[in-house]
Design a protein. Structure first.
Length: 243
């Protein structure tokens, strides 16, 4: 990484990354079903979102995730053996086995951590972006969150500051239509997360979250915008499809 040009190398990397995520999640599910770990939140079906975006990031850029973050970690380049060891509570894990499935992090890879508190990493990612701007680096901060966090006040506070200060942060909503058991159409006014970006002076983009090529193109524009000092972007990746 990064793979700024869509060529054979970038296509192969994205394919291998998505397959790795799917296989890791399938094995994690088997480990959970056998009782070797106490639950896990699968990211099956959302492989394309971090893959397409992280194709444009390097190890100096930062990613912050959610309680469902295995795919974010793998796309950012974390070692899958260390990740699985963390899930199983082993000392060879990314957090010495003390963090578990919802707290995987590797600062050397730019993965600042997953978190079980809904929306909690959004202001952290905004602060990271502020640090990059103050230091004058070209680093980019990316935070992933679900539609359940899209109405949390902390998201709107963070987008407001990011818009005012033109921070190099990308807000990525992985919209799978359900926060726990609450349907998106019931809980989010306006019918869209992306259209909320207008109120904060940033682009808001809705994209097919199951198309890695679409995510790749949207991610490319958002990362370029952030690196050039033009400010944040809000991406709504719809990880579902109506039949």
């Amino acid at each position: 990484m990064p793979y700024p040009k869509l060529n054979q190398e970038s296509l192969v990397w994205m394919y291998e990354t998505m397959v790795t995520i799917r296989r890791f999640e399938e094995q994690s599910r088997r480990e959970a079903d056998s009782g070797k770990l106490r639950g896990m939140h699968s990211s099956i079906g959302q492989e394309a979102v971090p893959t397409g975006i992280c194709a444009h990031l390097n190890e100096k850029d930062y990613v912050l995730g959610t309680h469902r973050s295995h795919h974010h970690c793998i796309a950012k380049g974390l070692d899958i053996n260390e990740m699985m060891a963390e899930l199983l509570g082993k000392s060879t894990g990314t957090g010495k086995g003390k963090g578990g499935t919802m707290h995987i992090a590797d600062i050397n890879k730019g993965m600042l951590g997953a978190n079980g508190v809904v929306g909690s990493n959004i202001p952290v990612a905004t602060g990271v972006a502020l640090t990059a701007k103050v230091k004058g680096t070209d680093q980019v901060s990316v935070v992933f969150f679900g539609d359940g966090a899209s109405s949390q006040g902390v998201l709107h506070e963070s987008m407001n500051l990011a818009g005012i200060w033109k921070l190099p942060v990308i807000f990525v909503c992985e919209n799978n239509r359900y926060a726990e058991a609450t349907p998106f159409e019931y809980s989010v006014s306006g019918g869209s997360v992306a259209n909320r970006a207008d109120g904060y002076g940033m682009p808001g983009v809705t994209v097919d979250g199951q198309s890695v090529l679409d995510i790749y193109e949207v991610g490319k524009e958002a990362v370029q915008r952030a690196r050039m000092g033009e400010g944040p972007t809000l991406i709504e990746a719809q990880t579902y499809r109506y039949q």
